[in-house]
Design a binder for this molecule. Structure first.
Ligand code: FMN
Length: 213
């Protein structure tokens, strides 16, 4: 299947594994990439840039397909050494980075100069548009029901994804459910059918006759 996402990341299927703390090890990333998606090693699960470099090398032994690294910019005073993590990613020859958390803008020039495609994770349309404006190549749009940290706005995919589709020009991936026009149409026609069945079988007391004493 060809989409803007498959072309951007050089993958077979438009499926990207999200970074997952303490889950996104080389084995999982390699398995996803070998299956045609984009596997992602979770950068900060590796306690140091040296360990991340080793994890990238391990992943490369398990797959010759593209894979990426997630780098979550945490709102902490004691920041992880992000420049060194980025150096490990660049020197490891990784060509895709999923950023998340804080604004990745300060680090984009280094990633871009190394030819790395950046997909930034956002939980709102305004942050997605900001990611587009600062030069991210793609956005991962995660609604309130997604796994991990779903942001501060409590907006579910059913609302967030169609709005993102209306606003964004760069390619984007969604987490979880898929509210498209056809989904809406199916859901509302089912609702209409249910309502009319209920109306026709509902007696004046509000319960169907079969349940009345
Ligand atoms: C156990 C777990 C850990 C996660 N850790 C991270 C993380 O460290 N960084 C990050 O950007 N996203 C993290 N996520 C979010 C995922 O990358 C992804 O955006 C989210 O799971 C998508 O929602 P879905 O799983 O409902 O499709 C985590 C998700 C889970 C379930």
């Amino acid at each position: 299947m060809k989409t803007r996402i498959t072309e951007l990341f050089g993958i077979e299927h438009p499926i990207i594994q999200g970074g997952m703390h303490y889950v996104g090890f080389a084995e999982l990333a390699a398995a996803v990439s070998n299956a045609g998606g984009l596997g992602i090693i979770t950068g900060l699960t590796q306690k140091s840039p040296e360990l991340l470099a080793r994890e990238i090398a391990r992943c490369r032994e398990m797959t010759d397909k593209p894979f990426g690294v997630n780098l979550t910019f945490l709102p902490t005073f004691a920041k992880p050494p992000y420049p060194e993590y980025i150096r490990a990613i660049i020197e490891g020859g990784v060509k895709a980075v999923e950023t998340a958390g804080r604004n990745p803008e300060p680090y984009l020039p280094y990633l871009k100069a190394a030819g790395i495609k950046v997909i930034h994770k956002c939980t709102s349309v305004r942050h997605s548009l900001k990611a587009e404006a600062i030069g991210c190549d793609a956005v991962s749009v995660d609604g309130f029901e997604c796994g991990g940290h779903p942001g501060e706005d409590d907006v579910p995919n059913f609302i967030l994804l169609p709005r993102a589709a209306e606003e964004l020009k760069i390619p984007w991936r969604r987490s979880r459910s898929a509210p498209r026009a056809s989904t809406w149409a199916r859901a509302s026609s089912r609702r209409r059918r249910r309502r009319s069945t209920r109306t026709s079988s509902r007696p004046s007391c509000g319960r169907p006759s079969s349940t009345r004493a």
